[in-house]
Ligand binder design. Structure first.
Ligand code: ATP
Ligand code: MG
Length: 270
């Protein structure tokens, strides 16, 4: 079995009186994609924010390499190799590719007060890192991030995380806003990150995308892990039903049909 990097033990998070996460137990392993599934409001984003230092859990333990850790800030988490890519890539639309790649870690030439951002070098490194991931359409580091497609932006953010040595890559709905072709491309890049030995936490609503890359799956329902299983242990239908909170897809379809029939009757009556 692959190496355990992070372990969550009975992690709870509440906001005042509102309990959002209940006793979350999860294992995050190197070279594996963990898909975190769940409906809107299930607690997925809250969970990844506790993994990435945005929130500190109210109780429970997060272990890294077998030892308890407390991340008080996102910086604490990124110092330990946890990279979080938010929807739309989390990069800066008005910056160039090369510039955005090195935000916070700009390579410089000269010294002391004369240090300046080495644009040419930054562009070369950024373009190479991105192309190494098979994104060959990006060849000019001066292009603005805002001019890239959604998929290219996601890919850039992932390539950046990998380049700077991330061990855990957390992706919050990276394919949600993408068309089929672009989503496929991002999924390929997720696979490449996994092949390079990163642990990937992949959050999605889309069962198809989860099934394409997932090794391990956890379904969150109202802040608790309702199911935890490995690739091949459940069918697409079972996963979809789980995400719908136990209601079967067939029940939902029947309910929708009844609703639209009622709407049709209401229209006919007008
Ligand atoms: N800062 C907060 N204060 C109070 N309640 C919060 C806060 N953040 C999240 N919540 C509540 O926690 C629940 C889970 O929210 P969260 O954003 O984690 O869900 P999610 O699974 O990411 O949903 P989505 O799929 O819509 O992104 C929601 O009911 C939300 O209203
Ligand atoms: Mg969310």
């Amino acid at each position: 079995m692959s190496t355990l990097i992070m372990k969550l033990i009975d992690v709870c998070k509440s906001f005042g009186p509102i309990d959002v996460l209940h006793n979350i137990n999860l294992e995050i392993r190197a070279g594996e994609v963990l898909c975190l599934l769940g409906d809107n409001g299930a607690g997925k984003s809250t969970l990844i924010k506790t993994l990435s230092g945005v929130y500190v859990p109210n109780s429970g333990t997060i272990e890294m390499d077998g030892l308890p850790v407390v991340f008080r800030t996102p910086r604490d988490a990124s110092d330990r190799g946890i990279a979080t890519v938010h929807q739309f890539g989390g990069t800066f639309p008005l910056m160039s590719i090369g510039r955005s790649f090195f935000v916070g870690v700009e390579p410089t030439k000269g010294w002391g007060p004369f240090k300046i951002f080495d644009r040419k070098k930054a562009n070369e490194i950024a373009v190479k890192a991105v192309r190494d991931f098979g994104i060959t359409r990006i060849d000019d580091g001066d292009r603005l991030v805002g001019g890239l497609s959604g998929g290219e932006r996601q890919s850039l953010a992932i390539a950046r995380a990998v380049h700077f040595g991330a061990r855990v890559l957390i992706l919050d709905e990276p394919t949600a806003a993408l068309g089929v072709k672009q989503a496929t491309h991002v999924l390929r890049i997720v696979n490449e990150a996994k092949r390079r030995g990163l642990a990937v936490v992949f959050i999605t609503h889309q069962v198809t995308h989860a099934m394409a890359v997932g090794d391990h799956f956890a379904v969150l329902i109202r802040g608790a892990i309702a199911a935890d299983f490995k690739r091949g242990e459940k069918t697409r239908e079972e996963i979809t039903d789980l995400m719908a909170g136990g209601e079967t897809m067939a029940d939902l379809e029947a309910a929708i049909e009844a609703d639209s029939a009622a709407a049709g009757n209401a229209q006919a009556a007008e």
